[in-house]
Design a protein around this ligand. Structure first.
Ligand SMILES: Nc1ncnc2c1ncn2[C@@H]1O[C@H](COP(=O)(O)OP(=O)(O)OP(=O)(O)O)[C@@H](O)[C@H]1O
Ligand SMILES: [Mg+2]
Length: 537
């Protein structure tokens, strides 16, 4: 029987304590979930568990104790570890099949019938059967993530350690992955320790550990954790009492005179913030009147098509983004969302159809150049420079847009205040919590005051509070700056914040409507994920 015990594990980086006296146990077949704000200590704990760093305290797995990589050597064969980040365990120029062969070899896996069956299940979960010959660098973000996951799970480790394995993974694949994890737990007693930013996913775990500032501040089942916050969650209201209001929910430790709401695991984050007196900073982006007269349609794609070899990634896609609209582009991994955005930006040549941006028919590089100052972009892969500080990055991008240094510095001060990352200006991107990184990426994208924003999964892997703030920010940009936004996301709850949603499936548009109309057409749906699954199952 597998068993895991973590006793008083502490890790410090330079002078900063990453985790402090973390302790917990897990039994055979248990799935343990780590949740908490970005930078709360989840990844550090997972690093310790996987035996890749030195730490204080002790971890015991199946009667073998370790606190350094050397001591963990004997149990490495039993461990599968997937670190955080898109495609980190992959080799860019190897195909999907070559990855399988490589990991089968280095893990000395016997090619039994049972293994063949298991491999087939993994492939079907990841929807990669059709793409065995595709190289890793040609996969979509979510496909990369799923391939990494399969490679980690291939030797059926008895201790599976996954750091945000489903970031950027679509809802259907998340459900199927979950079935495989449960099956491994049941049949083989696999212990799985996984962090996640999807609270729906966390609610399925056997035990949830809530991390905050390097400590575990609560650990229990989902039901029990929800009970602890039940008294503090209300319908949206304005109140003089101390509270946090996000979207249509108000959180308050004091009793309010409005109807209660059923909490979700996201509520834990907001209640914890209230308890620590950390109210969300009021975000404010100054108003800019758009002087030029704008067209009503900011983007018009007529039958846009993209072909890679004999594979059609976008087929006759017709999409319109209207002035001051937030348009959500949703679809399974590999549906063609990023490809579409890359064509809009001129990062990929268009193979068919017509594109109009701000009323202008885009035919060549010259047409695009004239519009460069009007468009902002946040890419799916982190695209800023790791070896330059936040301020240096921002100065660099300002110079690319011919903004002079004085004005650039004034803008940097302004946005870092308005978006709440002043204290990180001299830090390097890799040292920032992901949520802060995303705000800083957004600040870079709006530095030159664009009128259209293309955002490719800007909230992937971002914690509940930071995501709520991010969306507040987008709404402010829309109202105060008349900015139109095209955004992709795999958080179905975020679809609700969009004015309109377009669904892409296998490169083709299959639906395009307001959120309200989607619900009207699917009366049984309780949340947007139900609607999504109806189209993609
Ligand atoms: N250079 C390329 N060569 C071959 N195929 C490619 C290339 N770039 C992308 N593709 C394929 O095009 C399809 C669409 O990829 P894209 O990145 O647009 O998907 P996506 O909808 O953004 O998915 P995700 O949600 O995972 O980010 C995928 O099957 C991908 O492997
Ligand atoms: Mg993508």
């Amino acid at each position: 029987m597998n068993s895991l015990e973590v006793e008083n594990v502490s890790i410090s980086h330079k002078n900063k304590i990453a985790i402090n006296n973390v302790s917990f146990k897990a039994q055979a077949g248990e799935i343990v979930g780590f949740i908490g704000a970005d930078g709360a200590g989840k990844s550090s704990t997972l690093n310790a568990l996987s035996g890749v760093i030195n730490f204080d305290g002790k971890i015991t797995y199946n009667n073998h104790s370790y606190k350094s990589p050397k001591e963990a050597t004997t149990i490495k064969k039993d461990i599968g570890y997937m670190p955080q980040g898109l495609g980190l365990v992959l080799y860019d120029t190897l195909t999907v099949k070559e990855h399988f062969d490589f990991f089968t070899n280095i893990r000395d896996i016997d090619n039994t019938k049972q293994f063949q069956e298991y491999k087939k299940n993994l492939l079907s979960m990841a929807n990669l059967e059709k793409f065995l010959d595709r190289k890793a660098h040609d996969l979509s973000g979510g496909m990369m993530q799923k391939l990494s996951l399969i490679c980690t799970m291939l030797h059926r480790p008895s201790l599976l350690i996954l750091d945000e394995p489903t970031t950027g993974v679509d809802p259907l694949s998340r459900i199927e992955l979950w079935e495989i994890l449960k099956q491994n737990a049941k049949e083989f007693g696999t212990i799985c320790i996984t962090s996640t930013a999807y609270m729906q996913e966390a609610s399925k775990m056997d035990n949830i550990l809530l991390f905050d500032e390097g400590k575990i501040i609560a650990q229990d089942t989902s039901d029990n954790l929800l009970k602890t916050v039940e008294p503090f969650v209300y319908e949206k209201t304005s109140s003089l009492k101390k509270h946090i209001t996000v979207s249509d929910t108000t959180y308050s430790l004091e009793k309010l005179d409005v109807k209660k709401k059923i909490p979700t695991l996201d509520s834990l984050f907001f209640i914890n913030a209230l308890k620590k007196d950390k109210l969300l900073p009021k975000l404010d982006i100054s108003k800019i009147e758009q002087k030029e007269k704008k067209t009503d349609v900011m983007l018009k794609a007529n039958n846009l098509t993209k072909i890679f070899g004999d594979f059609i990634a976008n087929k006759d896609v017709n999409i319109e983004l209207k002035n001051k609209e937030i348009l959500g582009l949703l679809g399974a991994n590999g549906a063609g969302k990023t490809t579409f955005i890359k064509m809009l930006l001129g990062l990929l040549p268009i193979d068919g159809g017509e594109l109009y941006l701000l009323g202008k028919n885009i035919k060549n590089a010259k047409d695009r150049k004239e519009l460069k100052s009007k468009i902002g972009y946040v890419s799916q892969h982190f695209a800023l420079y790791d070896d330059m500080s936040v301020r240096e990055n921002m100065l660099f991008f300002a110079s690319m847009h011919n903004i002079d240094k004085n004005k650039a510095n004034a803008l940097i001060d302004k946005y870092s205040k308005e978006l709440g990352f002043v204290e990180y200006l001299e830090a390097f991107p890799k040292d920032l919590p992901l949520g802060i990184n995303q705000r800083f990426s957004l600040a870079v994208a709006i530095l030159h005051e664009p009128v259209v924003l293309f955002l490719d999964e800007p909230t992937s892997g971002v914690d509940s509070i930071a995501r709520a703030q991010f969306w507040e920010l987008l709404k402010i940009l829309k109202t105060n700056r008349d900015i139109s936004i095209l955004i992709t996301t795999h958080y179905m709850s975020e679809a609700e914040y969009c004015d309109r949603v377009v669904l892409l499936k296998d490169g083709e548009k299959i639906a395009d409507d307001t959120v309200k109309n989607f619900y009207a057409k699917h009366p049984d749906a309780k949340e947007f994920e139900d609607i999504f699954l109806e189209y993609f199952r």
